[in-house]
Design a protein around this ligand. Sequence first.
Ligand code: MEV
Length: 329
Amino acid sequence: MVTSSAPGKVYLFGEHAVVYGEPAVPCAIERRASVTATRRDDASLRVHAGDLTLDGFTVEYSGDTAGTPDVDVEQPLLEAAMGYVNEAIEQARDAADRPEAGFDVHIDSAIPLGAGLGSSAAVVVAAIDAATRELDHPLGVEAIADRAYQVELAVQDGEASRADTFCSAMGGAVRVEGEDCRRLDAVPNLPFVIGYDGGSGDTGALVAGVRGLREEYDFAADTVEAIGDVVRRGEDALVEEDLDELGRLMDFNHGLLSALGVSSRSLDAMVWAARDADARGAKLTGAGGGGCIVALDATDGTETALRYTPGCEHAFRAELDTDGVRVEE
Ligand code: MEV
């Protein structure tokens, strides 16, 4: 039996545009998904998941490789998560050249599903690590990131960047531009506050929406490129440790994402609440549509202000997690 964990993430800058080759800077946060993989005597895969929401509400789900869940068929998000796990186990079998290997897989995650905090990437990265170790075929971090990316590509119909999976495998703040993925060293302390509306977005549909706008309107394509420009300026601000400039650029990034149609009323409400509470800046994080915003805090007040924002279910501070995927004792 092996248990591995991997962190969730927020996007300081660059979601959506990264799908079209612009740079992005996601940052791993101290909210992790743990996956335990145990070899079975037969070739089947049994998946059990509990505690997949922020407030500890426990959902039991188990399914086999044929996609026949034992319980909770009504949970579309959980079913989507099971799709990621199935593909992750396929990757582990392929890496170890053990196509017949069966597993019991148990998932515990403190990252809400589909809310922009990289839950699927964290589960996939941790599952590949745990299952390959259980097969005595441990992989390097880069190889795990690459295989996790293949999983996202397969599950999301070819619409994914390497950003989420690389960040979760590597930990810390990373920079992703096409195939070029690297960790950023010497990042200043980034006081993130996260607001969560309790909802989620459909990543595939949101990415497809941006693709459609970009194909239809030159100014939408220009908007995607403008996000790339914001990211490049943001990288300078990171090097200069200029948190006020980072905040301004986050605000700008949110406006551009909004123009591309991926914000929502509740995400906008949380962004404005954070700004009203003197955050340095705030933006949605991840695919959007609902879920989370990330604010760069300037005072102690932001978290409280978000908590009292209509529609904000949870607000919490999130430290940068410098650990990527790791084995848990
Ligand atoms: C989703 O977490 C981030 C997107 O940029 C999609 C991707 O990069 O694969 C919207």
